[in-house]
Design a protein around this ligand. Structure first.
Ligand code: GLU
Length: 376
């Protein structure tokens, strides 16, 4: 057992466990044995003072099976209808399994728009922390029945990565139906080897993650690695491991070598900056000159009108916007104090001229440092 590994995992008391459809479902729909195995383990640790939040897939797969369809559903209405059938069944299974240990579960269904609105984001956070205070196990899934592309998390790897921020988890365990991340796609090559530890998510690591989704869930390894980036940027360690293995949670928490551990990033984004960087969708771009780029990247400064060369997109006050260098490479993302049309009028000017041009000057900065996340 490596000391580094156990050092990181020791002290993780608030744990987010993401369970994929490939773990929870088999040929006969929900795999009750696997669910019980997992719930038994989580319950035992809960009684020892660990707090768990679960992000669980399985609604669509369970509903598809219940309706007797043999193939993966294709159309959105069909998937949404299957989720409506399956979600209740999924919760009943969890509730009964945890109930055997005297533990209570709660269902939380979310869409992306519940998190992009700061007020709703904070409400979700308050609800979750109250549930945890009560010792209840929150079980979260995407609200597939009402989700449309615009407001979709897309997959539960992404949803779980955002939940790690909201729940202030010390560890995210992503349980899937492979051992972890391999240096090449294990399905195509005999010579693939498991990568036990990832210190930094390099281009090589991203390449190692096959872009093909697995057959049951939506994410595949690629989305698990993208999620790892978000989670580790928040200072949270992240493990991809085999969810069907008996005793897997205990193996991880005791620091045994299993799965792929992604070490937390050295610089941790605070909750609000993480939310800006990873939850919000950018509405436009601000091209900045070298001076502004240096001020943002190296001096911890805000973005002023004088450093802006060009505005792209149509956005309003408070919208998330990406700052890019003169060649278009993103350097930061933040919430703007002025609309795109106003920024276009004052770009390149000194702050002292804002009022003269716009007739008022509510702020000196276009993006205040407190509302800006700089790319790592
Ligand atoms: N929300 C989907 C479900 O419950 C799963 C999404 C995913 O597997 O990433 O079926």
């Amino acid at each position: 057992m490596s000391e580094e590994r156990s050092g990181i995992l020791k002290g993780a008391k608030r744990i987010l466990v993401k369970v994929g459809s490939g773990v929870l479902t088999g040929d006969d729909g929900l795999d009750l044995n696997i669910i019980e195995q997992l719930v038994d383990e989580i319950s035992a640790y809960s009684k020892r003072g660990f707090h768990f939040v679960i992000v669980s897939s399985g609604a669509i797969a369970s509903g598809t099976h219940r309706m007797g369809f043999k193939k993966k559903l294709k159309s959105l209405p069909q998937k949404q209808a299957a989720a409506a059938v399956g979600q209740g069944r999924l919760m009943r299974v969890y509730s009964q399994a945890f109930g055997k240990h005297g533990l209570v579960t709660a269902q939380i269904l979310l869409t992306m728009s519940d998190l992009t609105d700061r007020q709703r984001f904070l409400n979700v956070r308050n609800t979750l922390s109250t549930l945890m205070e009560w010792g209840v196990i929150p079980i979260i899934n995407e609200n597939d029945t009402v989700s449309v592309d615009e407001i979709k998390f897309g997959d539960n790897d992404n949803l779980a990565s955002m939940m790690a921020n909201i729940t202030e988890a010390n560890l995210l365990i992503n349980l899937t139906n492979t051992e972890g991340l391999y240096d090449r796609d294990p399905r195509g090559s005999q010579a693939s080897r498991l990568i036990p530890l990832v210190r930094e998510i390099t281009a090589q690591i991203e390449e190692a993650a096959s872009s093909e989704a697995d057959t049951v869930g939506m994410g595949g390894m690629r989305s698990k690695v993208i999620a790892a980036k978000k989670v580790t940027a928040f200072g949270i360690p992240y493990i991809i491991a085999h969810g069907k293995k008996a005793g897997i949670v205990g193996e991880i928490l005791s620091g045994r070598e299993t799965g792929t551990l992604f070490l937390p990033g050295a610089q941790h984004l605070k909750s609000k900056k993480h939310w800006i960087a990873f939850t919000l969708r950018s509405r436009g771009k601000l091209y900045v000159d070298e001076g502004a780029q240096d001020a943002i990247m190296n001096q911890g400064k805000s973005l002023l009108p004088s450093g802006i060369i060009k505005v792209e997109g149509d956005f309003g006050v408070g919208d998330p916007v990406t700052c890019v260098d003169a060649t278009g490479v993103p350097i930061a993302k933040g919430l703007v104090n002025y609309s795109s049309s106003d920024i276009d009028k004052i770009r390149g000017l000194k702050t002292s001229r804002i009022e003269q041009v716009l007739g008022e000057k509510p702020y000196d900065e276009i993006i205040h440092r407190d509302n800006m996340a700089v790319s790592g």
